[in-house]
Design a protein around this ligand. Sequence first.
Ligand SMILES: *Cc1c(COP(=O)(O)O)cnc(C)c1O
Length: 381
Amino acid sequence: MDYSFIINEWGEEREHYMNAVSPPIFQTVNFAFPTLADMREAISRENELPMYTRGTNPTIDMLNKKMAALEKTEAALSFASGSAAVAAAVMANVSAGDHIVCVEKPYSWTGKLLRQYLTRFGVETTFVDGKDPHNYVRAMKPKTRMFFLESPNSFTFEMQDVPAVTKLAKEHGMLTLIDNSYASPYNFNPAEWGVDIVIHAATKYISGHSDSVAGVVCGTKEMMDRLFYSELMAIGGVISPFNAWLLIRGLRTLEIRMQRVAETGMKVASWLAGQPQVRKVYYPFLSDSPDRALADKMLRNPTGQFSIELNTDEVEKVERFCNSLKRFLLSVSWGGYESLIFPALAISGPHPFSPSLIRFYTGLEDAGVLIADLKQALEQV
Ligand SMILES: *Cc1c(COP(=O)(O)O)cnc(C)c1O
C-alpha cells in the first residue's frame, strides 16, 4: 500500500456516510441493534463491532487501520495519551515477578512507570546503555520478559541498533517494544526490523497541531486483541472520537510536515553546530555525530528534535539566551507547527543533564527566520 493511499483512502468507507469526503465524527457512546441476535453478536465480538465506544467506534477504528498500515503491522489500538499507550503495552505483557530491560533515559513518564509504578506490582526494570545491543542480554534475569527501546531516546537522542537488539531478543525469547514517537511512521517502521510492538505518542507528530493528546500501539492482530480485552477495556484509557478525528486530519499532512521539519531541523542544527557559543549538538544526523551511521541505517530522514549545550556553565547566561528567543516558545512537547525550546534548567528535581542543555524542536517556520532569532539570542551570551 503506498503512503498517500493510506493517508487519503485506507480505512475510510465513504459509501457508508453519504460519501462525505471528510469522515464524520461518531461522537456517540453506544450503538443500538435491530434485534437481540445482533446485539448478542456485537457483545461477543466487541473488539470488531461497534457496541460501546470504550471498545470499538468507527472513527477510532479508521485511525487504527491507518496507523497499522503506516507501521506495517497487522493491527493498532489508540489510547488517550502516549503514556496510556506505553503503560498498556508494557502491562499487557508482564506479571508480578517479571523483569524488563529498558534503554536508559527513556521518556520521563516511561521511566516513572517502570521505576516507580510497576515496582508496586512486583515488576522490576534494569536500565542499560543501549549503545551496545549486548547490554540488553547482559542485564537479563531468569524472569525477564521484554526489551524496551526508544531510538533515539529523549533529550540526548542516542540511537540503538534496533535490528541487532531484536535479533538478540529473538534468540532469547524476549518481546521487544519501541517508542517510535521521535521518528514517526514516516521515517522509521520498527516492525520491519523485527520489533514486536510499536508505540507512538500521537500527541507529537501524528497530531502535528499541538491540539490533541493521544497514543497508539501497533502489533499483530493476536497481540492487539489481547491488549483490547485486558488494558484497553479494563483500565479504559481510550481516545475520544473527536481526538481520533483530529489525528486522522493530522495524518493527511504528516508527509509534508515531516519533509519540512527534516529540512528545517537539519539547517538549524547544522548552523548551531558551527557557533562558538555552542559546545555540543545532540542530533544523530550531523556528520560528526557518533550516531550518524545508525541514523543512516534506520531513519529515512532527519527530524525536528535535537539538543544543544551552550558553551557556558553560567545559569544566568543560559537563562538570558532562552528568554531572548522570540520565535521559539518555552514549552514542553514537540511535533506541532511551532518551534519550541525545553531547557534542562526548567526540570525540577534530579536529572542527568547538564544545566546548559536545551532541547529544541523546529516546527514549520522558515529556517532563515529561526536562525536569525538564534543569532540575536546567542549574541546575548
Ligand atoms: C510525549 C512523549 C510520550 C508521552 O506522550 P503523552 O501523549 O504526553 O502521554 C511518550 N514518549 C515520548 C518519546 C514522548 O515524547
